[in-house]
Design a protein around this ligand. Sequence first.
Ligand SMILES: Cc1cc2nc3c(=O)[nH]c(=O)nc-3n(C[C@H](O)[C@H](O)[C@H](O)COP(=O)(O)O)c2cc1C
Length: 199
Amino acid sequence: MQPAYYDDFKEIHNKYWSMLDEAVANRNSPFRIPVFICANQDEIDGRIVVLRKSDRDNNLLQFHTDYRSSKINIIKKNSNASLVFYDKEEKIQLRIKVKCIINNQNSISEESWEKTRHISRRCYLTDDPPGTISKDPTSGMISKLEDFNYTMEQSEEGYKNFTVIQCKIKSIEWLYLAAKGHRRAKFDFENNNESWLVP
Ligand SMILES: Cc1cc2nc3c(=O)[nH]c(=O)nc-3n(C[C@H](O)[C@H](O)[C@H](O)COP(=O)(O)O)c2cc1C
């Protein structure tokens, strides 16, 4: 039997939003770690990020990063980017085109920072920016950080680096692999239309 979303746009919307919501809540969800791709001229690059928020009402997805990371400079030059998700069990791929908003030291980053736990704050406490060349193999952290030997108060130092990337969805391309025949659909959020595509 085919699932309800096999040939129904509304059911597809319900399905992928439930998968995105689940990914934020469940660290084992395959949609938890999409590939984020951004580009400025020939600086085209992709990397895994952790999905931290999905907001159906506002067509928004969010992840966290370090303000000093190289993707920030790319996004500043070109805020158009892409998120790619795949769930092997569900056989569902999403290719989401987005417009990025960088949030650093504002109310959005503050709200997420408050919810960022001691253990996760460590990433934002390195002296040198991510991507800095090192003579020796390194975590970039002083041993105190490696041992989680810092107070919550000391972790506040990382707030200036902590950044929330809001990804406003422009379009979603859905691909569902099925033995009977694949299904591909495109949802254009900017022009508010949807269409079937040949897979
Ligand atoms: C499972 C996993 C989760 C990751 N989550 C994030 C994340 O949420 N944010 C982030 O900036 N980097 C994350 N990374 C690291 C990035 O993939 C990347 O290596 C890093 O951001 C540096 O890349 P860039 O500065 O060139 O963008 C994650 C990597 C892995 C393997």
